[in-house]
Design a protein around this ligand. Structure first.
Ligand SMILES: [Zn+2]
Length: 181
């Protein structure tokens, strides 16, 4: 259930705000299990039809971040992404930028070794689809995408660093109060 005043309401309100802002049609499905977030998808606005996002009802932070990722595709529609029609190097860059957008616009602190790692891993899965087998994904991409990808990836790592700094700060605050969590 989505209770008023809770975290889930915050997630839901934010996703609705973004739908209002972009005019995207938002469809929620009931998430079941870990796999739920991988079923999310976005159809771009086309010939006067609005963009259409299908995403899990945000019961958890991961579901919320999935919704934000999908909006990342709407706000950066020209970048595209990967889909079940196929994976392209440009699409992988679009996916990375959608992740960056999501983390930069999140109203809750992403969990570095879960949320950010999951984003990195999903990029590796996409890269594997086009023949990447190891090493830097940026080096594997065509020349015109290498710097763009590296820059965006640095933003993701910067975010990860910022989150750890924030976590340390909160832990110190907690410690200075002398209480147990
Ligand atoms: Zn995506």
């Amino acid at each position: 259930m989505i209770q008023p005043g809770g975290r889930r309401e915050l997630y839901l309100d934010h996703l609705h705000e973004l739908a209002d802002d972009t005019g995207a049609v938002l469809t929620f499905y009931h998430p079941k299990g870990f796999i739920a977030q991988w079923r999310a998808e976005t159809h771009r606005a086309f010939r006067g039809r609005p963009a259409h996002i299908t995403t899990p009802l945000p019961f958890t932070q991961s579901h919320y971040l999935t919704g934000l990722h999908e909006f990342g595709h709407v706000y950066q529609a020209d970048l595209g992404g990967t889909s079940n029609h196929g994976v392209t190097p440009e699409g992988i860059y679009g996916e990375l930028m959608a992740h960056v957008w999501a983390f930069e616009h999140s109203r809750v602190l992403p969990i570095p070794d879960r949320d950010l790692e999951q984003a990195r891993i999903s990029l590796l899965f996409d890269a594997r689809e086009i023949g990447w087998t190891g090493g830097s994904v940026a080096d594997f991409l065509p020349a015109h995408l290498q710097d763009l990808y590296s820059e965006a990836f640095a933003r993701l790592e910067q975010l990860q660093g910022n989150v750890w700094t924030e976590v340390d700060r909160l832990e110190q605050l907690q410690g200075s109060k002398g209480g147990d969590a």
